[in-house]
Write a protein that binds this ligand. Structure first.
Ligand code: GLN
Length: 206
């Protein structure tokens, strides 16, 4: 049965913990909020919500989760990072704080707060590889974009090249490397379960 409804953790230090929990449960998983090492040890996959990557980074140290989480990721634990979660999973961040930690898992460079002040938040319909049923409506909130990827990272979605997209046109905003998934946007806010379902499927297949 546990393979049917895998126990997935939601890192519960900051961010949309409740919304991710609801989306994962509706998407076929059982969920455990993760704040300590013993909880991390119990889950077979982890969602890292959006929020503020510098704050989550600091809290990971305070809660003594930084090294255990790096170790689980290095050992192949499936993970899904949204927004700040995407930043944390990247190997390298541009416009980050010098003391912010990277967890690794995605061999790519992200740019923090990439879309600039004028477009602090915006919404866009994205074609999303691996997701059927039409475009995914994406909500971006002070989001990063992916500046560059290694060939091992698969690009799942980019910002459409519309006349109004400006510097954001064509930027990578969803990726997957092995069992690690990340989106620059927040699918937990829209009621569209498809990204969470994709992650539950990744966990089931891992
Ligand atoms: N700008 C935030 C950061 O740097 C991310 C914003 C978000 O997660 N919505 O971490």
């Amino acid at each position: 049965m546990s393979a049917e409804r895998p126990l997935i953790g939601v890192l519960a230090l900051q961010g949309d913990v409740r919304e991710h929990t609801a989306a994962l449960e509706a998407g076929g998983a059982r969920v455990l909020p993760v704040r300590r090492q013993s909880e991390l040890a119990d889950v077979v996959g982890l969602v890292i919500p959006g929020g503020e990557s510098t704050t989550i980074s600091r809290l990971l140290e305070t809660f003594e989760l930084l090294e255990p989480l790096r170790a689980r990721l290095a050992a192949g634990m499936p993970a899904y990072g949204s927004c700040a979660g995407m930043i944390l999973l990247a190997e390298k961040v541009l416009d980050g704080r010098p003391d912010q930690h990277q967890l690794g898992g995605l061999d790519m460079i992200v740019r923090r707060n990439a879309f600039g002040r004028q477009v602090d938040s915006f919404e866009e319909d994205l074609d999303f590889a691996d997701i059927e049923g039409g475009p995914v409506h994406a909500v971006f909130i002070r989001a990063p974009w992916v500046e560059s990827t290694s060939p091992t990272v698969r690009v799942l979605a980019t910002v459409p090249e519309t006349p109004t997209a400006g510097a954001a046109a064509g930027r990578i905003v969803a990726v997957r490397q092995g069992s690690v998934l990340a989106t620059a946007f927040h699918p937990e806010l829209t009621g569209d379960l498809r990204v969470h379902r994709l992650f539950v499927d990744i966990v089931r297949g891992a």
